[in-house]
Design a protein around this ligand. Structure first.
Ligand code: NAD
Ligand code: DAU
Length: 343
């Protein structure tokens, strides 16, 4: 797809972990990019993640909800949106087990609202950010997931993401909308909400608190630095073929227990902090991604080596203890309202 140089990029969910990293990546690497960042600021959205780019004239923050058809329509009606990159989602598997409803509302119906608005307004490209979890679980020794692997989601979260993938495919097939879907493995890096395993573990280790390890801790995840995810998404956005799916992975499979041990070492703590707790219901045993297709078509591969990336991540949380404290105490929730009321 030829990106319209004058067109804007609508990034949804750009105040969350990956979205905020992506907004910063794009502003750094594409001087001419102009971004509308559309985010509902749910518990996972944090305007503090964007503090260094809120004053950048190439980036406009819009407080809006993808579940709200009228609000979505109003942003598109302004005109000039060339491309949509949909990061907005309820993203935490454990929360989806407690309240699946909000996952369907945002991840399925919200995505539908965006696809429909993109179709009506003739958007040139729609990138749906999805996950390896739509493929379900692998056994030890089984080959990594390819784009041809069957879709077998096991949690309400992954089922809602799989539904959105199918909608993106259907909008291409039925209406000719230029959609591409990316499916990525587990991300780590700065600004990840500390309910997720890596920042939770770092935060607890800093404070000498126990690390809850689900089940036997032998589940395997394929970790990718968030900056590598951002560069992969941008490659797909510029070079991916319409209607296609692209896997993104870290080529870095590790068990949760080994991961926790590595973080504890990096934080100068010993293994006495490990606490085995009741397993997550339906817990997927192993994920692994084959990203040959993306590599062949764009040359992309992960640049961050895991040990160094993890050490840098621990350093980031250590140098940004204020960020962790604001999130842990809930103080971050009032930031946007405070900024808005001062205008
Ligand atoms: P996150 O939970 O950190 O951030 C989600 C963002 O979306 C937040 O800023 C939140 O305010 C916003 N949001 C939620 N509901 C919204 C709504 N209804 N309208 C507008 N904005 C809304 O999530 P993340 O970890 O950054 O994940 C981003 C995307 O990447 C998700 O689609 C997720 O499924 C996908 N993904 C995540 C990972 C990972 O390891 N974190 C891996 C693969 C794919
Ligand atoms: O694989 C991509 C997915 O990665 C994304 O689609 C999701 O949005 C993202 O949240 C993440 O899902 P996971 O469930 O894999 O991530 P989480 O950080 O919650 O857990 C990582 C592993 O650690 C998983 O096997 C569960 C385990 N875990 C997690 C927590 C929060 C624990 O053992 N203890 C914990 O307290």
């Amino acid at each position: 797809m030829e990106m319209d140089k004058k067109g804007k990029i609508l990034v949804t969910g750009g105040a969350g972990f990956i979205g905020a990293n992506f907004v910063k990546f794009l502003l750094r690497s594409e001087p001419r990019a102009r971004i509308i960042n559309f985010d509902a600021l749910t518990y996972a959205g944090n305007i503090e993640n964007l503090s260094d780019v809120l004053g950048d004239s190439r980036h406009e923050f819009v407080h809006g909800d993808i579940r709200d058809k009228a609000g979505v329509g109003a942003v598109f009606a302004r005109g000039g949106i060339a491309c949509v990159i949909n990061f907005a989602a309820e993203s935490h598997v454990d929360r989806s087990l407690d309240s699946p409803d909000s996952f369907v509302q945002t991840n399925v119906l919200g995505c539908l609202n965006l696809l429909e608005a993109a179709r009506r307004h003739g958007v040139a490209r729609f990138v749906q950010i999805s996950t390896d979890e739509v493929y379900g679980s692998l056994l030890p020794g089984e080959a990594a997931f390819t784009e041809e692997s069957p879709i077998r989601p096991n949690s309400p979260y992954s089922a809602s993401k799989a539904s959105a993938d199918h909608l993106a495919r259907a909008y291409h097939h039925s209406y000719g909308l230029d959609t591409v879907v990316t499916r990525c493995s587990n991300n780590y890096g700065p600004m990840q909400f500390p309910e997720k395993m890596i920042p939770l573990c770092i935060n607890n280790a800093f404070n000498g608190r126990k690390i809850p390890v689900y089940g036997d801790g032998m589940q395997v995840r394929d970790w990718l630095h968030v900056e590598d995810h951002c560069s992969a998404v941008w490659e797909v956005c510029r070079k991916g073929r319409a209607g296609e799916v692209y896997n993104i992975g870290g080529a870095c499979q590790t068990t949760n227990l080994d991961l926790v041990r590595a973080i504890l070492r990096e934080c100068g703590r010993d293994e006495s902090l490990v606490s085995f707790v009741k397993d997550r219901p339906g817990h997927d045993r192993r994920y692994a991604m084959d990203f040959t297709k993306l590599n062949k078509e764009t040359g992309w591969k992960p640049r961050h080596e895991f040990e160094k990336g993890l050490a840098d991540t621990v350093k980031w949380y250590s140098s940004n203890k204020g960020w962790l404290e604001h999130v842990s105490s809930g103080e971050y929730k009032g930031y946007y309202e405070k900024m808005y009321s001062n205008r």
